[in-house]
Design a protein around this ligand. Structure first.
Ligand code: CAA
Length: 282
């Protein structure tokens, strides 16, 4: 379907989901990570995700095999040189992302560099690149194969052609692109993560148990899952990092991270990925 491959940088939860959606939609992809073991875990997770679709009869066995055959993995960033679009889903560390963007922009002058950052400034990322007009935010939501939204974030430098290309790619993936400005947390995380933070305050103050908070929001606000279960899904370290970006970006005390959230992250209780967060996972 696509002539040039799409690159995905980072084979963690978001990179895996993005890769799965790309190969299911017919794109050849190159998935990059620094660690071979992470790439192996990602291939297994994508295979499992495709397996769910086969079980639900949304995908045939042959299509599953064809999708897996479109997935190429690499630990060499150079291998992404021929990609038309590169979607970065590396950990939310500004210095790491800036280095990656600098390196990627030197690798190819033609590629569009899209970041899946959950809250960092696209304008600052674009500023370190040789072709800043080709840098854009393409923010997916977890679980990527299920949730339909992609926030498309325009940096100060982003060109109209870059935005159009990413909107088209989102549509090809069956997603709905919503344009948002380059403001801390963009739209969804600015609303969602303070809610999770406030839920942590409820628990810290002894006003409600995590079970009660989650049950209340599921039944009382028709959320598919409660805010603390959602925090566990996103990763409590990621939630804390987003609160810190909001607090730094707006300088408003209403975005102060909940001390209980901080303590849980310090303790390594990060949510589903560590087996324990506000809830325990076996
Ligand atoms: N691949 C393919 N399909 C998948 C899948 C995968 N990896 N994971 C789940 N699915 C499918 C299931 O097969 C199921 O399909 P059917 O509807 O056909 O049965 C469907 O998705 C729902 O999955 P489950 O039945 O396992 O679970 P559920 O109904 O309890 O829903 C949930 C789980 C989708 C997570 C739902 O609770 C939900 O939407 N929660 C809210 C998630 C949310 O808000 N995410 C945003 C987080 S913020 C973010 O990501 C941005 C950031 O920067 C931090």
């Amino acid at each position: 379907m696509s002539q040039q491959p799409i690159g995905v940088v980072g084979a963690g939860t978001m990179g895996q989901g993005i890769a799965q959606v790309l190969v299911t939609s017919g794109f050849d992809i190159k998935l990059y990570d620094v660690a071979d073991e992470q790439l192996e875990r990602a291939r297994a997770a994508i295979d499992k995700g495709l397996g769910k679709l086969v079980t639900k009869e949304k995908l045939s066995d042959a299509d599953r095999e064809a999708a897996l055959a479109r997935l190429d993995t690499t630990t060499a960033l150079d291998a992404l040189r021929d990609c038309e679009v590169i979607i970065e889903a590396a950990p939310e560390q500004p210095a790491l992302k800036e280095k990656l963007f600098r390196d990627l922009s030197r690798l190819s002058h033609e590629a569009i560099l899209a970041s899946n950052t959950s809250s960092l400034s696209l304008t600052r990322l674009a500023a370190v690149c040789e072709r800043p007009e080709r840098v854009v935010g393409m923010h997916f939501f977890n679980p990527v194969p299920v949730l339909k939204l992609v926030e498309v974030i325009r940096a100060e430098q982003t060109s109209d052609a870059t935005v159009s290309r990413i909107e088209k790619l989102a549509a090809d993936l069956g997603k709905t692109a919503v344009p948002v400005g380059d403001s801390p947390g963009f739209a969804v995380n600015r609303l969602l993560v303070p809610m999770i933070n406030e839920a942590a305050f409820l628990v810290q103050e002894g006003a409600a148990t995590p079970e009660a908070v989650d049950e209340a929001m599921k039944l009382g606000a028709a959320h598919p899952m409660g805010p603390l279960a959602l925090g566990d899904l996103i990763g409590l370290d990621v939630c804390l990092a987003i609160m810190e970006v909001l607090q730094d970006g707006f300088g408003d005390p209403k975005y102060r991270p909940c001390p209980l959230l901080k303590r849980m992250v310090d303790a390594g209780y990060l949510g589903r990925k560590s087996g324990r967060g506000f809830h325990v996972y076996s």
